[in-house]
Design a protein around this ligand. Sequence first.
Ligand code: AHG
Ligand code: MN
Ligand code: MN
Ligand code: MN
Length: 334
Amino acid sequence: MTKTITLGQFIIEKQADFPYAKGELSRLLRDIGIAAKIVNREVNKAGLVGILGDNGTTNVQGEGQKKLDVYADEQFISALRSGGECCVVASEEHDDCIFINSEISQNAKYIVCIDPLDGSSNIDVNVSVGTIFSIYRRTAVNGPVQPSEILQKGTQQVAAGYVIYGSSTMLVYTTGKGVNGFTLDPSIGEFCLSHPNMQIPRIGTIYSINEGNYIKFPQGVKDYIKYCQVEDGATLRPFTSRYIGSMVADVHRNLIKGGVFLYPTTSSHTQGKLRLMYECNPLALIIEQAGGKATDGFRRILEIQPEDLHQRTPIFIGNIEMVEKVEEFVQLSE
Ligand code: AHG
Ligand code: MN
Ligand code: MN
Ligand code: MN
């Protein structure tokens, strides 16, 4: 019987990895874990607590907000406010950053970018959804937080992670020293280490893309999709197509089984649909830390210099070999 290691114990054990952090990052990760448990409780009984359906409001993305989008956003922001380690929150659900200027947060060093509820279209049909978070350290030592401190490249993340509210609820995160997965044990209300040192399989045979957009894709992406469907035993094709519609769930499946997730530009989303700061950057850091790759077809996602909080980017993310094959097709048809 292996020893149960909770998220809290693990974070403290890994504390030694951060000479400069005197427990602040540990406490911040703990605060996120607490909010994840609260959101999980509502997700698990969404149909019983009147939290399904539309909230009747629209967010800066022009998306109709679901009640659970708003609920999750409130829970994570509340946990970050009361935890005292976070000075700014950038959320998918808010046009502008939220500056936390409380007594308890006056020396807070961390900036959190968050997608509180990823995969909103799946909430009402009981399909896995998630939360995605990205953590940066302030670049100035004091004074008001400047925009440049918030719009940092993905390479500057000090931590990144996601929660997947699925058949079980998992929290997966990295602080730049590997990826570890924790499964929520409802009987003790703790996230327990279940997937230590996660590595994406070197070979993948799953491609994940919304083929309903086929006609709107760039030619290189169309060619790649056709490539996936050709019979060729030597390269394990035809590949399997799997698309859940929650980025967290699609990327998590590929992290475990191998595969590539593609959300390219389309004629209706000319910059791509997925957001750099709180979807692509955190998941790119995780996948790179797990031995995979994440690009926009031409450059590393983590190297993109953000210009706007809600900017979008095309993304191809998964095991190196499959992502590089996509890049080949995309660059060939440029
Ligand atoms: P969110 O629910 O946070 O707005 O994100 C939804 C995203 C992502 O989770 C998913 O991969 C993608 O939207 C699905 O988009 P399509 O429905 O256009 O395929
Ligand atoms: Mn949304
Ligand atoms: Mn999302
Ligand atoms: Mn969302």
